[in-house]
Design a protein around this ligand. Structure first.
Ligand code: APR
Length: 232
């Protein structure tokens, strides 16, 4: 048998929508009733850390109660026939809980906290949340392990490198409006096919478009790929 083919799945908020987690740009421009600039920027953290912590604590509690949906499970099922890397913009852990083994979080993970002094000091929160006065080993306030607007995306270079080795790219549930994540959709070599799963996808780049909910389209697509492989 030859080398296993590599599928890169680029996912966004739409893949978790059917698990009850609100997307960013489908509604009224507010995110769980907050303007993102009030809760998801370094300036917000400087201005009102308590509000930021409370906001993420609520999101974390909501995510803990959510369950992976048919799309997360189908993506994990792809591993029965392919090497699969999931590159997600989501901060939830639903891909992992759905069974995926290689998940790279471009925008961080809500289940982790990190030091405000040293980015490398990251801890797993388990069932805990973060409160004012919770300190890292070096004595500084803990913050959510999230990439906020205006911050660097440290995982981007590795995500780009991985995407360049793809034999197929599946883009699911992302509006591709946030950079640099959006660049990944075209990072694979030109001959590599791209499949976009999104009910509202706009056909502005060459791809196969499946305009349906991820929980409906992904299981069908995955069954097809496991049965037929990736055609050259
Ligand atoms: N199945 C598939 N796609 C869906 C579904 C569904 N059930 N429901 C909605 N979508 C699609 C929408 O049509 C939209 O194109 O998911 C996409 C969600 O887009 P956004 O809300 O912009 O989310 P995302 O692309 O992940 O946002 C990127 O922006 O706010 C920041 O850091 C945050 O990671 C986030 C980034």
């Amino acid at each position: 048998m030859g080398k296993q083919q590599h599928i890169v799945v680029l996912s966004g908020a739409g893949v978790s929508a059917e698990s009850g987690i609100q997307t960013f740009r489908d509604g009224d421009g507010l995110w769980e009733n907050h303007n993102v600039h009030d809760v998801a920027t370094p300036e917000a953290w400087q201005r009102d850390p308590e509000l930021v912590l409370r906001f993420y604590n609520e999101r974390r509690q909501q995510i803990r109660k959510a369950a992976p949906n048919a799309a997360h499970k189908a993506i994990a099922h792809l591993e029965d026939g392919f090497k699969v890397t999931v590159i997600t913009q989501n901060i939830d852990d639903l891909h992992e809980r759905g069974g995926s083994s290689e998940v790279l979080h471009l925008h961080g993970e809500i289940g982790k906290a990190r030091s405000t002094l040293d980015d490398r000091l990251v801890i797993n929160l388990g069932q805990s949340d973060i409160y004012p006065g919770d300190l890292c080993d070096k004595g500084s306030q803990l913050r959510p392990h999230i990439v906020w607007f205006g911050e660097d995306v440290p995982m981007y270079p590795i995500a780009h490198e991985i995407t360049q080795t793809a034999d197929l790219v599946i883009v699911v549930g992302t509006s591709l409006q946030v950079q640099p994540a959006s660049f990944l959709a075209s990072a694979a070599p030109y001959h590599v096919a791209r499949i976009v799963v999104d009910p509202k996808a706009s056909a502005d780049t060459p791809a196969f478009y499946l305009r349906d909910a991820a929980g409906v389209a992904m299981p069908v697509l995955v069954d097809y790929l496991l049965e037929n492989g990736i055609e050259d």
